[in-house]
Design a protein around this ligand. Structure first.
Ligand SMILES: [Zn+2]
Length: 105
């Protein structure tokens, strides 16, 4: 895994006027640069206890961490200091109430 996405514009579809017909492509298909803020899915799990992750942290050092809402709250402040980017989707939790009604602790 790496975030070394090269930003490159492709010329494809830009045929030369009055050419011989088909434009020559000396470059393979340029892959679209991967967005840095990939949405979290149910497959993303908290690094601490395997719960569904709602916070993705890309570290300044290049690593990536995933946290559930609980750990996102617990470590949020500290993470901000080492994070290059943070994708916080803990607000998704508010949309889906817990199955069993429970008293806030
Ligand atoms: Zn967690």
């Amino acid at each position: 895994m790496g975030t070394a996405a090269t930003l490159q514009t492709s010329d494809r579809g830009n045929a030369l006027p009055g050419g011989t017909g088909k434009p020559t492509r000396n470059e393979a298909d340029v892959t679209t640069a991967v967005a840095t803020s990939t949405p979290l899915t149910a497959a993303d799990r908290c690094d601490r206890r395997g719960a569904q992750a709602y916070l993705r942290v890309e570290l300044l050092s290049g690593g990536e961490l995933l946290f559930c809402a609980h750990h996102a709250r617990e470590h949020g402040e500290a993470l901000k200091e080492v994070a290059a980017t943070m994708v916080d989707e803990t607000n998704k939790l508010a949309e889906t109430p817990p199955v069993a009604p429970d008293v806030e602790r």
